[in-house]
Design a protein around this ligand. Sequence first.
Ligand SMILES: [Zn+2]
Length: 336
Amino acid sequence: MWDNILGHTRQKEFLERYLAAQERPHALLFVGAEGLGKKQLALAFAKALLCASHTGSDHCEACRLMNLEDGNLSHPDFLLVQREQDEKTGRYKDISKEQVADLISKSAFAPVMSTTKVCIIEDVDRMSLVAANSFLKLLEEPPVGWVMVLLATDENKLLSTIMSRVVCLRFQPVQVEQVQSFLEAKGVKPAQAEVLARISEGSVGAALGLAEQNAWELRQQAVAFLEALPLNMPLNYLAGRVWQQKNFERPESLLFVKMLQLLVRDLIMCRLNLEHRIYNCDLQGELLELARAWQLAALKAALQHIQEAYTALENSVGVRLVLEAMALKIDQAYKE
Ligand SMILES: [Zn+2]
């Protein structure tokens, strides 16, 4: 049913028991870091709930209307609530009271095709307070035949009144070795797979994203930047090495800064004689060498500048401006 989703054995067992049970809680909460497969599992669970034989094995009409492969989820008893994107800024807004009102109006209708109606609400921890309060009413008086699966990354952001009305399944990161073999099975080279698995800290989604996004090349650029310190002319360095890259836009910049952050984090580990804990394990020799030239305080300052640059990039400040300011500050920290 969910063999293609990595890890989370206990959660899967719980869901299997749920499918077979007579008495079922009407609201489940999946909580855990981004990219662990919570949504994938929620979708597979929704498909099984709607399926005539509760197996989701593609033999019935309901299953054909829940095509998880191509994302075509047209089953009339399935609802998905997601944060909407702001048209101007492209940022995702919190779930609004209008979205919850819409959901409440739909709750008046019984399932039309299956015995249950399944509603997945993503990012339930990113709901405006007004929306959360009206959502609470829906949880208090659950519509007959409804099952709600709520997804969240941070349970501390949820109202306690919501927490007390759901059955909570907590998702832990998958083991690095498991993510590594998963990436290798997808055709990622073993040396890269190990580093990407470590960097993504047990998040399959993040690891896959990195493998697809050319992270390896951007990491090489970040290493080259650190090796080039101290820079005579930081801006000339960027002009020669970074701006020449084709399409060095916001997504690449974010990933470049992310890679730099992980490398500096590793340098700190090296300075603390904790090199067994570095993410970029294939570069251990180089990193130990590089770390010798840094003061610990300077590395911490560099890390701070990198984190600020990341936030600025996320907040749509100009890419060039952010990277240049960051390079100057890191160079300064190194020289001090
Ligand atoms: Zn089926």
